[in-house]
Design a protein around this ligand. Structure first.
Ligand code: JFZ
Length: 471
């Protein structure tokens, strides 16, 4: 067995429990290994999601008092040092007349996303639902309507799961503290945690079809030092919403250790630290041991709407598709971000990307949805994925001049057949060395990344005619 395949088979238990010293934890991981209940399996099989970052920051779109800030638009309040009362005056301009939840849901469906993560409240503190615990909500704007409620209904109608993004850090709440320096801070912060509990309970009960809470803004020392609270929130939401999934970014253990507890075990249900980057397909295979979800932006780092996208490189649809398949090939999900305009419409670049990704997913989605790490060593032409029936897909992004695609298999595994997914065209399979094959590229240029379905066979203890080099 190759090292790679062996690694994939090592249960997480072994790694976590290695070494004699187990640190006793009250607020560490409450599970070893992956969750395998239907809700978690659904989360995993969805594989492709969309992110929606929408809040007051969409209105200035990165510009304050005539100055354009190149940083992330949803952080403008912080870049330009805008006090909360001034920032919240933007609420008077919140009137997205072109907002059409049904059209948003149709766009998501056409793109092939199986779930959408919506910013219910970002760091600024403005709520997309009429929270009774805050005066900074959609209900207090000229638009008045419950944006979140409309979206949940419209997405669910299309069969798309809804996940809630929620920032614990709240720049507009007077009781929020980034660190606790005095007894008064401590009193204020416990009021803040109670407020946060109330908002979360409100979200979970107003929108009971929510499938996931994705926490953010949990890196401040005030939260890290209250690991008990992060464990409590996870438990509370799981009691309120059957099967709900929670990202690792929420959690801190007894010692303030985040994502993974002091014994190295993942907290929450899936790892969520791969943001705007992905694990290396050769060096980082450890990620195949747990569930994880990455998220990405089209420009280098813009989540909310920014009026000037010329300030950084903008990824092409093929680069987006590459990242989606890259994530799935290592057992992860990918979430592609949208920052809707203040009028409720999407910018043309995002519409085009959604369309292109959707077209590709309709042809090749079989190699993405419900697929997983295939256990084969990465090759230069692209990524392998493995379907639910154990079938192996080659997703080819780099077409070689040799017109031959190298496949290397573990000991005892042979390649029997290769066919183009779209047409069923049979491709030549030539054994070139021990556990090495060449697959011919399709006769015609496909003009886009394409998928080959492999039929493999594994035989035990087979003898071969190859001779090892003497060294
Ligand atoms: C956060 C937010 O600050 C940002 O505005 C956006 O919502 C994004 C999805 O999440 O930014 C982060 C959070 C975590 C890391 C980096 C940026 N991280 O873990 O590397």
């Amino acid at each position: 067995m190759t090292l790679i395949v062996w690694l994939a088979l090592v249960p997480a238990t072994l790694c976590a429990q290695q070494g004699a010293t187990e640190i006793p934890l009250k607020y560490g991981a409450d599970r070893v290994g992956k969750r395998e209940d239907p809700a978690m399996i659904k989360f995993r099989e969805n594989r492709l999601g969309a992110f929606i970052h929408w809040g007051l920051y969409a209105i200035p779109g990165g510009e304050w008092n005539g100055k354009v800030y190149p940083g992330a638009a949803e952080w403008l309040k912080s870049w330009a040092n805008v006090p909360s009362d001034e920032w919240m005056k933007l609420m008077d301009q919140w009137n997205p007349t072109k907002f059409d939840a049904t059209a948003w849901a149709k766009m998501a469906k056409d793109m092939g996303v199986r779930y959408v993560k919506i910013t219910t409240k970002h760091h600024e503190g403005f709520c997309l639902w009429p929270s009774k615990y805050s005066k900074y909500t959609v209900a207090q704007t000229p638009y008045k309507k419950d944006i979140l409620g409309e979206l949940v209904k419209a997405y669910n109608k299309e069969g798309i799961d809804v996940h809630f993004y929620f920032s614990v850090m709240d720049w507009s709440h007077p009781d929020y503290r980034s660190s606790i320096k005095t007894p008064a801070d401590s009193v204020a912060f416990s009021r803040f945690l109670e407020f946060t509990d109330n908002q979360l309970k409100e979200l979970a009960t107003r929108y009971p079809t929510v499938k996931d809470f994705w926490f953010d803004g949990t890196w401040d020392s005030s939260i890290k030092k209250n690991g008990w609270w992060t464990a409590h929130v996870e438990r509370m939401l799981k009691e309120l919403v059957l099967g709900v999934t929670i990202n690792s970014r929420l959690r801190a253990d007894d010692y303030g250790k985040r994502h993974f507890d002091s014994n190295g075990r993942l907290m929450g249900d899936y790892e969520s630290a791969y943001e705007r980057r992905l694990p290396d397909p050769v060096k980082d295979l450890k990620v195949t041991q747990w569930d994880w979800e990455a998220c990405m932006t089209l420009p280098e780092n813009q989540w909310g709407y920014h009026k000037d996208w010329s300030l950084s490189y903008v990824k092409t649809p093929i680069e987006v598709i590459d990242r989606i398949v890259h994530a799935v090939s290592m057992g992860g999900n990918m979430v592609v971000n949208f920052g809707p305009q203040p009028d409720g419409d999407f910018r043309p670049e995002e519409k085009e990307m959604a369309k292109a990704v959707g077209q590709w997913m309709r042809r090749y989605g079989q190699a993405v949805y419900a697929c997983d790490y295939a256990g084969l060593p990465k090759q230069d032409w692209g990524y392998y994925t493995r379907g639910k029936e154990g079938e192996v897909y080659m997703v080819v992004f780099n077409q070689p001049y040799s017109r031959r695609l190298t496949v290397k298999t573990p000991k005892g595994v042979t390649v029997k057949k290769a066919e183009l997914l779209t047409s069923g065209e049979q491709l030549d399979v030539v054994e070139t060395a021990r556990n090495e094959y060449n697959i011919s590229v399709p006769a015609q240029d496909q003009g886009e990344p394409y998928v080959i379905r492999l039929q493999m066979h594994s035989k035990e203890g087979g003898k071969d005619s190859y001779r090892d080099a003497l060294t």
